[in-house]
Design a binder for this molecule. Sequence first.
Ligand SMILES: Nc1ncnc2c1ncn2[C@@H]1O[C@H](COP(=O)(O)OP(=O)(O)O)[C@@H](O)[C@H]1O
Ligand SMILES: [Mg+2]
Length: 293
Amino acid sequence: MSASKNSTRYGVFDPGFRIDDDLTVIEHLGGSRKVDIYLCRSKSRKELVACKVLNARFTIDFSSLEAVMEEGEILSVMRHPNVIAGYDVELEPYPRVIMEYLGGQTISTTFFQGNWEAFDVEDFVNIGIQLCDALEYIHSRGYVHLDVKPSNVMYDDGDVTLFDFSVAEEYTPEDTLRDNAGTVEYMAPEQTYRREIGHATDVFGVGVVLYELLTGGELPFPVIRIEDSDERRGYRRELDYSERPAAPSQHNPKIWPDLDSVALQAIETEYDLRIQTPKALRIALASALERQT
Ligand SMILES: Nc1ncnc2c1ncn2[C@@H]1O[C@H](COP(=O)(O)OP(=O)(O)O)[C@@H](O)[C@H]1O
Ligand SMILES: [Mg+2]
């Protein structure tokens, strides 16, 4: 192990590094504070795989190890065209989850650092529909994802795959969250305030992604800072849900009224008024496409 030339990150593996007997690093794909993701060649599988490795700084942290195990266990049951498939999870010598390698680029790269103008509204609705299919499947397996956002969705020539199950949980009704991990901009009020969550909590995440896609990158709710002495910085970031978002058509005149109304119903702040399931959102999006004016 040595620090990569192009990175100041601690303990990033270089190309050619052997993670274990089976996996050789080809390229560092991404990472955050706690994990790094590598494209690897797998000897036994005779194919490319992705490997999410816990950063060495956190291998003595029990809750981080537990999180790797949990993500690996959840991924191991996922088999759906719009959901990342997991292959294996190992703790020694480097805690890691081995999974399907996804080609393409994330939605954030494709559309928000790329050429949003080149796509039609229909393309965006089709992304929303595939995300609903992914979540309907995830929910049917007994889990909630809780971190649907553009950088956790891969886009490859029209095909969409949802990944990053790092905050996903087994779902039981009347569940409240252990913590409000997730990503501020995409979190429904019940996730932000750690109230009872449900399948519509993931609908909200899809709704925010769809809103961004339809509007070319606008967020429906503004992020504000709330003073919080428990936080190291003295504040926490949170969405301000107090004002109803503008209809997407106010940002993009190509959006028609039926689609406006579905997009807004997916991000209703009141849980019971929101579209309740990914399946219901899928149906509403498909019929809005049919009623395109
Ligand atoms: N299976 C995969 N195939 C290809 N790229 C991936 C894969 N998993 C992750 N990545 C890349 O690594 C980045 C971070 O991965 P992610 O699982 O979202 O980790 P984090 O928990 O740090 O957000 C992604 O945005 C994506 O660019
Ligand atoms: Mg992620």
